[in-house]
Design a protein around this ligand. Sequence first.
Ligand code: NAD
Ligand code: TDX
Length: 351
Amino acid sequence: MRILVTGGAGFIGSALVRRLINHTDHEVLVFDKLTYAGVLSSLEPVASSNRYSFVQADICDADAVSRVLRDFQPDVIAHLAAESHVDRSIDGPGAFIQTNMVGTFVMLNQALGYWRGLAGDKKASFRFHHISTDEVFGSLGEDGFFTETTPYDPRSPYSASKAGSDHLVRAWGHTYGLPVLVTNCSNNYGPYHFPEKLIPLIIIRALNGEPLPVYGDGSNVRDWLFVDDHACALQAVFEKGKPGETYNVGGNAEKKNIEVVAAICAILDRLRPKTNGKYADQITYVTDRPGHDHRYAIDASKIRSDLDWTPSVTFEQGIEQTVTWFLENQAWWQDILDARYSTQRLGVANG
Ligand code: NAD
Ligand code: TDX
């Protein structure tokens, strides 16, 4: 298959591209604007493959999208390009509306024109796969799980913009018959994770001897999924999923934030012991994120039963691999710290 991956230079997109090049015969074209979050070195492991190509462009640019569709003739569009960080959406929501909503509209409209021009098997097998988040469902109390039918209740500018994009995708499926698939996934972690997110930020700040910022009292819960397991799920969905369907993807690995931070500190104490004290001594409770969602948890039984997908690693295995990767790949994150973002606090919304 020929697969167009928008946002392929990002954290999850690059994991998907590395998987497709290394474990399948598919051809992949990455379409990415290379914002602050787009990191070309994350695609270095596959850059020399003759089944891989790259175009730098904006999904809001209809001409650029149309040209790439005409030239590349994809069988699948895996749409991951987005502004993805909740804290940045608090500081500057405009880019989230533009890329996540307007950009998704442009992708859908161009995909529709392209799909209508196809014929036979090529038309029948085309898929537009929209990659989204569990945050569209809002925040859970102590019990319960998000299912595919949980009503939408987004509460941050990020999640509201993703909810809007999900609705657009389903509308293009329902109204125009575009063969769409939607996946809503829980928090990912793993190699090549951009340092603004909790897990890489804690690993890097711990190694640099800096305070480890835990928002609020650290009791907020996220359901963690290793990024390579998400990439496997995405492949299963666009290869075998039923058009019009939504699949929730999750790791069945709920942790309080403070437990995640403590787990990272314990691994570092073992792999890179400090000369005096423990990494946990660096933990600092800081002002909470405005509107901080309390708990996310995914019921992934549909993708398990319909598409035979389950996570391959536990949180304990995945976090060990992740910490080890950051220890062994300092050059990758040091470049980002030097040129783009150096782990300072974002999203306090105090003007
Ligand atoms: P990321 O921020 O690491 O990467 C986003 C990529 O999109 C970057 O390469 C960036 O350059 C590109 N991009 C941004 N704006 C663009 C534009 N206008 N045109 C073209 N390219 C653009 O994000 P991620 O964590 O890899 O997330 C990928 C997708 O998965 C997003 O849609 C996100 O909402 C969704 N998601 C993420 C998580 C998570 O835990 N990270 C969980 C569930 C769903
Ligand atoms: O320094 C920090 N301290 C802290 O306590 C940071 C950066 C985060 N946190 C908390 C906030 C969250 O409860 O940790 C939790 C995880 O935070 P993030 O890594 O920012 O992720 P989250 O806000 O949960 O959103 C992520 O998962 C869902 C992704 O960024 C989204 O793109 C995805 O849709």
